[in-house]
Write a protein that binds this ligand. Structure first.
Ligand SMILES: [Zn+2]
Length: 257
């Protein structure tokens, strides 16, 4: 069994991030939508269990996985959905069946490409509206405003794949191609007809990327409803990012220090 139940390994930062992303008025996730995870220094992944709400999750609502084992299973073409689901099951604890979310395969896929400490996956209403539209694939191609460019960098769009093995493998392939191309992990993955994955070194960074992605979606919907988005000029963005003060602002906004 690769999944275990260790509430004592759930950090205050992970729990705080989880509850913050699930506040109902933010409209990032309702019911049991969304999931969060933290990579521990020893390589294990603490991820939200299936069925728990982000807003009200407690330390009992997380499962600990061995990232390498889950990623190995995910990337083995001979493995089917059933054996993967079994691998995510930590058994019954405190009278409740604790199974890692099927979407934790997506978290394992991110970790298999580039180890990162925190991941937050949500289905924000504004983003879902945009990525369920005909503009989904190109919506985040160009930044709409400078702070968005600073925080989100170059988001990665991944077309719809059904949650589970297919989504995990699709995210892995797309992310691997991007990192091979850019050398860097994106801070934001935009999932067609689904939601977003925010990636960061701190819980604040993940919350900030999520907030900026939602604001960016609202801005795009407003721009599209008034005739279309005028993107920031690529040349001036290049000069903007070369400035020292912007490099500093970027570190501050991204919560990277
Ligand atoms: Zn989802």
């Amino acid at each position: 069994m690769t999944a275990h139940w260790h509430p004592e390994l759930v950090s205050g930062e992970l729990l705080g991030l989880t509850n913050a992303l699930g506040q109902p008025e933010r409209k990032f996730a309702i019911l049991a939508e969304g999931n969060t995870s933290e990579r521990l220094p020893d390589g294990r992944l603490v991820v939200k269990a299936s069925g728990a709400s982000l807003g009200s999750a407690t330390r009992d609502d997380f499962v600990t996985l061995d990232v390498d084992e889950i990623a190995g299973i995910l990337l083995d073409p001979a493995v089917d959905q059933r054996s993967l689901t079994d691998a995510l099951d930590s058994g019954v604890h405190g009278g409740v069946h604790r199974r890692a979310s099927i979407e934790s395969l997506m978290h394992a896929a991110v970790q298999a490409v580039g180890p990162v400490r925190f991941i937050g996956h949500t289905h924000p209403t504004a983003v879902l509206g945009l990525v369920s539209s005909i503009h989904a694939a190109t919506a985040y191609d160009s930044p709409a405003y400078s702070d968005e460019a600073v925080v989100l960098g170059r988001p990665l769009f991944v077309p719809y794949a059904s949650p589970g093995i297919q989504l995990g493998r699709t995210v892995y392939e797309a992310l691997k191609s991007r990192v091979d191309e850019d050398g860097d992990m994106p801070a934001l993955i935009v999932l067609g007809n689904h939601g977003i994955v925010a990636i960061g070194p701190t819980a604040e960074a993940v919350e900030g990327v999520t907030e900026m992605a939602v604001k960016g979606a609202e801005v795009r919907i407003a721009a599209l409803s008034t005739g279309g988005l005028v993107a920031l000029p690529a040349e001036s963005m290049k000069a903007f990012f070369a400035r020292d003060d912007i490099a500093e602002r970027r570190r501050d906004l991204k919560g990277a220090r």
